[in-house]
Design a protein around this ligand. Structure first.
Ligand SMILES: Nc1ncnc2c1ncn2[C@@H]1O[C@H](COP(=O)(O)OP(=O)(O)OP(=O)(O)O)[C@@H](O)[C@H]1O
Ligand SMILES: [Mg+2]
Length: 222
């Protein structure tokens, strides 16, 4: 479903002359309906790789092929449409919309697709219930705890049943019991809707849930 070939990514340093190589010749394949964990030390390039796969950032060189389409060649408009249709993202720092409620944040992908109001209500309420956020559904998200915000971010990523879910440390703010619960919700959603999951984690206790485990070190897949 997804193939990354020889991906390089470098960032310009503050002096605008020197470059820092963050990803070096990264190759990666994600199969249909697979569960892949990505681990590696802080700063090894995990979030950078996820940003490239969803097209929020541009590769320095290399190709990212998603179901025959090379996303490195798409325009910004094409990328937005592609992302909304195919990819659900749980950002490391949530990226929730503060002035919207829990319900509005989670339902946003469905609203953007122009779904009917009754369908949006039904799907969103079911998701809110599943995530244990029912008593918070009308709260603006700036009033939520870290763990609650994380669950909203997960709901928003799953609500439209995307082909690929990218999750950047989705259990980073949760206690052990909630971590397990959230991983199980993510995996159950992938199984039900035939999605694939690429999940960044530092928690070795969660690795047994995955088919493949990849490790990044200093920008290279080990
Ligand atoms: N826009 C940017 N400009 C310059 N350097 C950047 C930029 N984004 C990321 N980096 C650098 O790239 C390296 C990798 O960052 P990245 O966020 O991908 O790491 P990570 O593996 O996700 O780490 P963590 O586990 O702490 O989240 C870091 O050294 C970071 O400073
Ligand atoms: Mg990161």
């Amino acid at each position: 479903m997804l193939r990354c070939s020889k991906i390089n990514k470098s960032f310009l340093m503050d002096d605008l002359i020197r470059k820092e190589d963050v990803l070096i010749d990264v190759n990666l394949t994600i199969k249909e309906k697979s569960l892949t964990a990505l681990k590696g030390p802080s700063g090894s390039g995990k979030s950078t790789l996820l940003n490239l796969i969803c097209g929020l950032d541009k590769v320095s060189s290399g190709n990212i092929i998603f179901n025959e389409l090379d996303i490195t060649k798409m325009s910004t408009d094409q990328l937005c449409a592609f992302r909304n249709k195919n990819i659900g993202i749980v950002f490391q720092f949530f990226n929730l919309i503060k002035d919207l409620t829990v319900f509005e944040n989670i339902s946003l992908p469905l609203a953007l697709c122009g779904e009917k109001k009754s369908f949006i209500n039904e799907q969103t309420n079911e998701m809110i219930n599943k995530l244990g956020l029912w008593d918070r559904r009308n709260f603006k998200t700036n009033l939520l705890s870290g763990g609650e915000s994380q669950r909203v971010a997960i709901g928003r990523a799953l609500i439209s049943h995307p082909r690929l879910i990218l999750a950047d440390e989705p259990t980073g703010n949760l206690d052990k019991t909630n971590s397990k619960k959230i991983i199980e919700i993510l995996i159950e959603s992938c199984r039900t809707y035939d999605s694939s999951l690429l999940l960044v984690t530092h928690d070795d206790d969660l690795l047994s849930y995955f088919d493949n485990i990849l490790e990044l070190e200093s920008g290279k897949i080990k």
